[in-house]
Write a protein that binds this ligand. Structure first.
Ligand SMILES: Nc1ncnc2c1ncn2[C@@H]1O[C@H](COP(=O)(O)OP(=O)(O)O)[C@@H](O)[C@H]1O
Ligand SMILES: [Mg+2]
Length: 455
């Protein structure tokens, strides 16, 4: 029998209130009885209850007000509603609003007893689940998220704070800095952890397909739409939707996103049927959204909507102190694929790693270490196994055949040509400028813009 489990009872009918309280006390519960909604609200605010039993119809309001309070404050309290005989709508509403169960009046003691016991059992399961999740998250952070730099520690603190809220988060950082990892960490630490984490990149699909991917479509909405399709927003219901490369969203998609962010409502492509979802949004970008707003390439109103809480991940070259622990972490991660047992990384190799600029950030370091582990002839990884002096792997111009913005593509080509020219002229900028047929100032500016000053 539960030992002094705190239970709150609210009923304006004093006879019901008294007999129900008395019965529960005899059953061993610690009962607080409230005659009015106000009393019950105050009690809920100041004490912790495992179960609240409330009448639906009250003179100053309804039991649903109490239920709302429990849900708004996210209290660990199961709510059981007392509904009048024959008011089935009340019962349905109660369950829809998240009540644990309802008991119809006139109340049978046994029924109350069983319902309370079931509620407590469910509470316990939920709590065990939460504990487990908390433990998992601890290992998640300690094992998989290398973090020692003060700026990154602050990032992790932010992850914890943001996990506790439902607020939209914007993660900014160069490619490979850990944006996806952080988005997952927020989800995993949030109350939505048991629900889906759905990831969509705005850069991978052409406009119309992306919209149907996100919002779904109805049969016949466009050629190829042979059946109704549920979108990713719906797939993420109750969970988290991670929208990557948000800067690549088309104007039309930006408009739709703005509406979803404001109301969580949308229509599938080709349909007038409005859907509503409960989704937590996390967005990521490797571009400066504020700058894109200035260039009128990104909606200002959407920017303000998504920029409520933001996390900026510094590039790896600005947190070099993390290179050694990260390198060791990746050796650990891939060591089982090595030919022999690898004990570590030698000094020369480490000097090479810490001196390199890592334009591809942590992802590039991971790739380099994975390769090094494969190549190493043990027991220590040497400089020979580290292949960073080669130009970093370039992103293909048309990854998966996707269309990229012209400006961005041109920049990549430009950067490549400049690097080629510098290579061909042994770093002689004057000569490189001549070959590229630009003046030296232009070249200098571009070297700066593309971060190849030291190349
Ligand atoms: N702090 C970190 N600790 C451990 N692994 C990391 C860390 N940051 C990034 N990674 C790893 O580096 C790779 C790239 O990270 P990712 O989150 O995909 O970057 P982004 O989304 O910014 O491009 C992933 O395999 C990720 O697990
Ligand atoms: Mg990513």
């Amino acid at each position: 029998m539960p030992d002094k489990t705190p239970v709150l009872v609210l009923d304006d009918d004093l006879i019901v209130l008294k007999s129900l309280s008395e019965f529960l006390r005899l059953e061993g519960y610690q009962v607080r009885a409230a005659e009015t909604l106000e009393q019950a609200r105050n009690l809920l605010g100041s004490e912790r209850f495992r179960v609240a039993i409330t009448d639906v119809r009250l003179p100053e309001g309804s039991g649903f007000d109490l239920l709302s309070q429990v849900r708004e404050l996210n209290l660990p309290t199961a709510v059981i509603m007392l509904t009048g005989y024959g008011t089935i709508e009340d019962a349905v509403t109660a369950i829809k609003m998240g009540a644990f169960d309802y008991v119809t009046k006139p109340i049978a003691d046994d029924e109350v007893k069983l319902t309370v016991e079931r509620a407590l059992q469910q509470q316990q399961l939920l709590e065990e689940n939460n504990d487990l999740r908390r433990q998992l998250n601890m290992t998640f952070q300690v094992d998989n998220f290398v973090c020692c730099n003060p700026r990154m520690k602050r990032v992790l603190d932010m992850v914890n704070v943001m996990s506790a809220t439902d607020a939209t988060v914007l993660i900014t950082g160069e490619s490979g800095t850990g944006k996806t990892l952080v988005a997952r960490a927020i989800h995993m630490n949030s109350p939505r952890a048991g629900q889906p984490f759905v990831e969509v990149s705005c850069g991978t699909l052409p406009e119309t397909l992306l919209e149907s991917e996100l919002f779904g479509h109805v049969k016949g909405a466009f050629s190829g739409a042979v059946a109704n399709k549920r979108g990713r927003f719906e797939a993420a219901h109750k969970g988290t939707l991670f929208l990557d490369e948000i800067s690549l969203a088309s104007p039309s998609l930006q408009m739709k996103l703005l509406r979803v962010l404001e109301s969580f409502k949308f229509e599938p492509v080709g349909s007038n049927d409005t859907r509503e979802v409960d989704v937590r949004l996390i967005l990521a970008t490797n571009q400066d959204l504020a700058e894109l707003v200035q260039q009128e390439e990104f909606r200002e109103d959407l920017y303000y909507r998504v920029n409520v809480m933001n996390i900026t991940l510094p590039p790896l070259r600005e947190r070099r102190d993390e290179i050694p622990p990260l390198a060791h972490h990746f050796v650990e991660k891939y060591r089982s694929s090595a030919r022999q047992d690898i004990k570590g990384i030698n000094e020369d190799a480490m000097r090479l790693l810490t001196g390199y600029d890592w334009p591809g950030n942590v992802r590039e370091l991971e790739n380099v270490m994975q390769r090094a582990v494969l190549l190493a002839r043990a027991p220590y990884i040497t400089a020979e196994d580290i292949s960073v002096d080669q130009a970093p792997p370039e992103e293909p111009l048309l990854p998966d055949g996707k269309v990229v913005p012209l400006k961005k593509a041109m920049k990549r080509v430009e950067r490549k040509l400049i690097l080629k020219a510098l290579e061909a002229t042994d770093g002689n900028r004057k000569e490189a400028a001549r070959q590229l047929e630009v003046n030296r100032t232009t070249l200098y500016n571009k070297l700066h813009e593309y971060d190849i000053m030291d190349a």
